[in-house]
Ligand binder design. Sequence first.
Ligand SMILES: Cc1cc2nc3c(=O)[nH]c(=O)nc-3n(C[C@H](O)[C@H](O)[C@H](O)COP(=O)(O)OP(=O)(O)OC[C@H]3O[C@@H](n4cnc5c(N)ncnc54)[C@H](O)[C@@H]3O)c2cc1C
Length: 397
Amino acid sequence: MDFGFSDEEASIQASVRRFGNEFLRPRERMIDEGDQIPRDVASEMGRIGILAMPVPEAYGGMGASAAQTELVAEEIGRADTSMATAVFFLLEAGWGYLLSKYGTEAARKEVLPPVTRGEHFLGIASTEPGGGSDIAGEQTLSWRDGDDFVLQGEKAFISGVIEARDWGGGHLTITRQRDGKGMNLLYVPTRTQGVTVGRFKNMGRMGISTGSLTYDEARVPARYLIGTEGRGLPMSLEGFTVARTFVAAACVGAAERALEIGKEYVKVRQVFGKPLGKYEGIQFELADLHAEIEAVKWQCRKAAWLVDQRLFSGKSSHDSEVDLAVAAVKLMAPELAFDTFKKVMMWHGASGYTKDVGLEMGLRGVTSYLVGAEGGLNVMRLIMARELLGKEFLPYR
Ligand SMILES: Cc1cc2nc3c(=O)[nH]c(=O)nc-3n(C[C@H](O)[C@H](O)[C@H](O)COP(=O)(O)OP(=O)(O)OC[C@H]3O[C@@H](n4cnc5c(N)ncnc54)[C@H](O)[C@@H]3O)c2cc1C
């Protein structure tokens, strides 16, 4: 067993921390107050090579491992606690990985290089107005028509719809085959005729757009089918497993940042004639948070290691141990980040409630992962129960 980093991992972590401190952190508030990912953020991430980093070099990526990508996600979450940049990073990494693994050669060559350069956007369109937890129940239809697939339906709460429309790019889109024979995962460029974009106003992570996509007989070429016709569901689930690993890592990074802010504050803030940090009530909370963050961080790194061993290695597309480990960190990390921001805000008193300190930004950002983004917390519990008790205990079987 070895808990150290390789030279390459240490160097990636150091260079992305530098990028985070010098480039992202000064723009964090500006990103939070914007309404989409700033183009200079995307192009700088592309320039330093971290966009869709697991994608093989042949398609513009760096062929990074899940463990390396996890370390970068931690750093991005630490640098921009609004979570907007973290979402952007993990969508490109998770779904870029999936397209590079199962997409046609023509789609890989066409779609991935501009994504890795930060010129085009790549996202996932799964959730619908009728619900998101039940992925197998999605109602958007697709059917084959000659050399094309045609789509009809609507997706909702989708990240990056405005970026994909304005910059170019699109979403891997989960659809049901019209003949009832399974599901298709299709890459749908947002500028396709018959695709309409709508926009929602969120309470947090506003620096990346969220909206709807409506398909009115939208037509995409058959080369945009990901994997085999009718087998889109298992591939989509693999994509979610990979992306959730990086969600959890970004939340750990954000929690670490909140605790750093808290540590600095309690050393200097005087209350009843002493620094706040001299009181046990604060010290014990600080110690508990540190212990919990360390525990979840190492669970995230272990989950990423398992993803490398089983999924990135190509050995399998689904693995029980991976599902259990990833669902556990996607369950714990957002709650821990939320709890850390909340407690550190309490230590700050009234100043924590202002926009000057920035804790509210983190609190709003990580909340997106509590309510549902990349799967709600109860869905993580369902996945874990399925692995711990067996499929026959799933409530909907
Ligand atoms: C900011 C943001 C960005 C998003 N970006 C995307 C995106 O890019 N692409 C995309 O496809 N989706 C996206 N989503 C949607 C997200 O995937 C869904 O919110 C999520 O899948 C849950 O779906 P839902 O919101 O429809 O809730 P529902 O499915 O209606 O579930 C409601 C609640 O019930 C819980 N629940 C579900 N099943 C059970 C059960 N059996 N027992 C107990 N509780 C249960 C859920 O955890 C949830 O808390 C985003 C969401 C947010 C908030």
